[in-house]
Design a protein around this ligand. Structure first.
Ligand code: ATR
Length: 276
């Protein structure tokens, strides 16, 4: 039977995952297809049962289902369980569904594509403490980043993340703004700057220094106000597109055992996003 894959979320029409995975399937000569499926939160359990019944080989999970899906899976990878979020599901040969999280590792691959692996000792500040921030924090720790601070509007969530991580500090927005210069890697994980979002960056970035490496997880637009500011002062910029492409590539590898061409995809989506 022809293999098929999917992404479930709400909303889902804007997702670039189908285009990306279908292109990779075509390039790799794999006879399979990848489709977007709109799944409302109240239908999540039924949707998963249906996907399984209809023989899906694997699927991605996006907002707002990344945490809610966990109880409906047969198995969850240890790291994904720690992160509390799943974005990739594999249907194993025995029919069981196993969840993984590829967002955090996707972020670290994208970051290290740009800055290499020699900067893991530098102090990191993560802005935001939602699902994406959790994945990133756990993956940074796994890769040997030793100095992680989280700042979040809801302080308790930052504290909870740091407690789960077992290392690092949680600080208020004001403190983050005042001490910004001491953090050499800044990671923006809130929806600020995203197309159609009216959220402004929640901390002041006036004190950003030009030695900073500024990474955003938003990729549409490619250059958020946060990254534009970093670029203007001569800091290093890491757009969110690399994370998106690498999380997809790691998912693809879980399903099909091969790592697809990420550089080509980043180039293709960059020119597309720049012309939108
Ligand atoms: P995701 O799981 O995709 O990361 P999320 O859980 O909604 O999304 O988290 C988004 C992050 O953006 C959170 O850190 C959130 O802060 P809270 O934990 O205080 O909710 C932050 N965020 C969202 N809207 C915000 C706003 N208007 N001002 C400041 N921070 C905001």
């Amino acid at each position: 039977m022809k293999k098929w894959f999917a992404v479930i979320g709400d909303p889902i029409a804007q997702s670039k995952s189908p285009e990306m995975h279908n292109k990779w399937l075509e390039i790799e000569g794999i006879d399979a297809t990848y489709i977007p499926i709109l799944v409302k939160p109240e239908d999540l359990e039924k949707a998963i049962q249906s996907l399984s019944l209809l023989g899906v080989s694997g699927f991605n999970v996006t907002i707002p289902h990344k945490t809610a899906i966990i109880p409906y899976l047969d198995e969850v990878d240890e790291t994904a369980r720690e992160m509390g979020a799943v974005n990739t599901v594999v249907r194993l040969s025995n029919g069981k569904l196993k969840g993984y999280n590829t967002d955090g590792d996707g972020f670290v691959r994208s970051l290290e594509d740009k800055i290499g692996i020699q900067k893991r000792h530098l102090p990191v500040l993560i802005i935001g403490a939602g699902g994406a921030a959790r994945g990133i924090a756990f993956s940074l720790k796994k890769h040997g980043y030793q100095n992680i601070t989280v700042t979040n509007r809801t302080r308790s969530k930052a504290e909870e993340l740091i407690a789960d991580l077992g290392t690092g500090n949680a600080i208020e927005y004001d403190e983050a703004s005042d001490t910004l210069a001491q953090y050499k890697i800044l990671i923006q994980t809130t929806p600020a700057g995203m197309k159609y979002s009216d959220l402004h960056l929640p901390i002041s970035i006036d004190r950003m220094s030009k030695e900073t490496i500024a990474a955003d997880i938003v990729y549409n637009p490619l250059m958020t106000p946060f990254l534009k500011h970093a670029h203007n002062i001569g800091a290093t910029v890491v757009t969110g597109l690399g994370m998106f492409v690498h999380q997809g590539a790691i998912a693809f590898e879980h399903w099909l055992g091969q790592y697809p061409n990420t550089n080509l995809m980043i180039e293709k989506l960059t020119s597309q996003l720049e012309s939108e």
